[in-house]
Design a protein around this ligand. Structure first.
Ligand code: TXA
Ligand code: MG
Length: 318
């Protein structure tokens, strides 16, 4: 890991690292983010690995502005007004994800919504412009720790798990962005943050709803139902029964499945994480009543993968 004082040259090399699928921590006006190319599933898996997250949470995609977000997310009327009023700035908009968007499934943790924001920080803006890709970035801390407001916090927390830290001093606001579900009108406040609810209400022209909207989960528990495939999941499967679909992992794949998706033929957990949501969706679409899931090691990213699979396997309506 290297800490680079942010300037034109170091921003250009950090942008090149992002395009190569590496991790770059960078300042925003709120807190430091741990960034990766949002269209590169393996790079996004590396973020989750670096944070040591035991489960997949959806990540915010950072863009230079509305034009860069438009190919990936649908701006409702109210979202367009909010972006006009608060971007660049500390407001994250949760929007309907466009099906044709090439944002990796892992970014949204399989949801059909996408959180986007345009940071109001010269270094973040220059990095995003130079990278030329949307950048997925959670706060650059280990899971369960507080969000970092200096490059030193990031270095202490993440060490060599991050390839490069762009240092531009302390972040001006030091509090995370406000997260708003703008798929509905009036929008729903999901996380209070840098932009006050009252400021948002002034633009919306109505009180905000708080908590779970019609479509947006507010807690991991609620999130679970969004990922559930129609098919039943049978975990720790070592062979396949007739009619079953198979979610495989590693080189030794039992025969006989009506359709097989291998998360990683070489047994690589980063590759497996990147493939997880797409593979589940394709197996579910095959119409098989049951998806047999091979054992996945409970280590590193395997923990988050198994968390997701166990929830998908749990009885519904819980
Ligand atoms: O200020 C910030 O927002 C910082 C900087 C780096 O931009 N980022 C940040 O990211 O705080 P993170 O991952 O620590 O928090 C993202 C929040 C989480 O609460 C997550 O659940 C929510 O955004 N979120 C992301 N995508 C969502 C979605 N599709 N639906 C609902 N909530 C979403
Ligand atoms: Mg965070």
């Amino acid at each position: 890991m290297t800490i680079l004082r942010a300037n034109d040259e170091t921003i250009a090399s950090a942008a090149a690292l992002l395009r190569q699928g590496r991790l770059v921590a960078f300042p925003t006006e709120t807190v430091y983010g741990l960034g990766a190319d949002a269209t590169n599933g393996r790079a996004v898996a590396a973020i989750i690995e670096a944070k040591g997250r035991p489960r997949f949470n959806p990540l915010i995609v950072h863009v230079t502005g509305r034009a860069a977000a438009a190919p990936h997310a649908v701006f409702t009327d109210v979202a367009a007004r909010l972006a006009e009023a608060f971007w660049p700035g500390g407001l994250t908009l949760v929007l309907q994800r466009r099906p044709e968007s090439d944002i990796a499934d892992l970014v949204t943790a399989g949801l059909d919504t996408l959180a986007v924001r345009a940071p109001d920080h010269a270094v973040a803006h220059a990095l995003l412009a130079a990278a030329g890709v949307p950048v997925a970035a959670p706060s650059a801390n280990r899971a369960g720790h507080v969000s970092p407001t200096t490059a030193a916090h990031v270095a202490d927390d993440l060490g060599d798990a991050v390839d490069c830290i762009l240092d531009a001093g302390p972040t001006p606001l030091g509090i995370e962005s406000t997260v708003l579900d703008a798929t509905v009108d009036p929008p729903v406040l999901l996380r209070p943050g840098a932009v006050m609810g009252a400021e948002i209400e002034a633009v919306v022209g109505a009180p905000l709803a708080v908590g779970g909207g019609a479509k947006t989960p507010t807690s991991p528990g609620q999130l679970a139902s969004h990922y559930a495939p129609r098919a039943a999941l049978r975990l720790e499967a070592r062979e396949v029964a007739s009619g079953e679909a198979l979610l495989a992992f590693g080189p030794d794949v039992p025969p006989g499945a009506r359709i097989t998706e291998n998360l990683s033929p070489t047994g690589d957990l980063r590759e497996a994480a990147a493939n997880l949501f797409g593979a589940l969706r394709r197996l579910d679409a095959s119409g098989a009543p049951t998806i047999a899931v091979m054992p996945i090691p409970e280590e590193g990213l395997g923990e988050a993968i198994n968390d997701r699979l166990r929830r998908a396997a749990a009885p519904r309506d819980m």
